[in-house]
Design a protein. Structure first.
Lengths: 93, 152
């Protein structure tokens, strides 16, 4: 996990991401490098239903453009309930 | 009002079928740093009213809230920001927060009726109007010198 976000455009995008995620996810953020100097930022929101959680993940390219934004919901057993594509507004499965 | 704003307003009042809203919203660029459209208490109260009157089911409410959650071109009205954000989160995540119930709808109605800025504005406006009327009467000495008949 990198200590800092590589460039200014990505930092601006990350700031918007952080502003919009649920309040209980703001302190649970991880940042990963992805190919072509992009980054993936993940925020985890624990559910009231014990063991459940949602992971908000945004992938940002080197130019600071969002290339993917998903929310993955896990049940208390750790299984994926569904993945919601925020940009294309679709739910899988 | 531009196309994005019109579409977001349509989303907030749920004036089109979900699949049509989804199709049109997916055409917009996700990244946005312009003036956001505001989510206000009446948007949520209206959707919950439609849910309670069986015009919308729980799945539709969930999908609606998911379309709102995290959008960069939407923001929450500042005086109710925390509550609005929390309610949209709850509606968008029933697996995490529990299913939507009649009791929870009622709690949300009460929460927004206590903090609604529109009501606050209304009360303020009424106060201003009453003060103007009183000033007019005072200027005419009507209230300062009541007639003996009115004292009886």
């Amino acid at each position: 996990m990198p200590n800092t976000i590589p460039n200014l455009a990505q930092q601006r995008n990350f700031k918007r991401f952080k502003k919009k995620i649920p309040a209980n996810a703001k302190e649970n953020i991880e940042i990963f490098m992805i190919p072509n100097d992009g980054i993936a930022v993940q925020a985890t929101s624990p559910g009231l239903v014990a063991g459940s959680k949602a992971v908000y993940e945004k992938q940002i390219d080197v130019n600071g453009i969002t290339i993917q934004y998903t929310k993955t919901t896990y049940n208390p057993s750790g299984n994926i309930v569904h993945v919601k594509d925020k940009i294309n507004i679709a739910t899988y499965p | 009002m531009n196309h994005r704003q019109q579409l977001l307003q349509a989303l907030l009042i749920f004036s089109k079928p979900l699949n049509r809203l989804a199709q049109e919203l997916a055409q917009l660029e996700w990244d946005y740093e312009g003036e956001p459209v505001l989510v206000e208490p009446f948007h949520i109260v209206s959707i919950l009213n439609r849910f309670l009157s069986n015009q919308l089911n729980a799945k539709q409410v969930e999908e609606w809230a998911n379309m709102i959650e995290c959008r960069e071109d939407l923001d929450y009205e500042s005086l109710n920001r925390k509550q609005l954000e929390q309610v949209i989160y709850e509606l968008a995540n029933p697996e995490l927060e529990g299913s939507l119930t009649i009791e929870r709808c009622q709690e949300i109605f009460i929460m927004f009726s206590l903090t609604s800025t529109s009501q606050h504005d209304y009360v303020q406006q009424i106060g201003v109007v009453l003060e103007r009327i009183l000033l007019r009467y005072r200027a005419k000495d009507v209230l300062l010198k009541p007639s003996p008949a009115s004292m009886a």
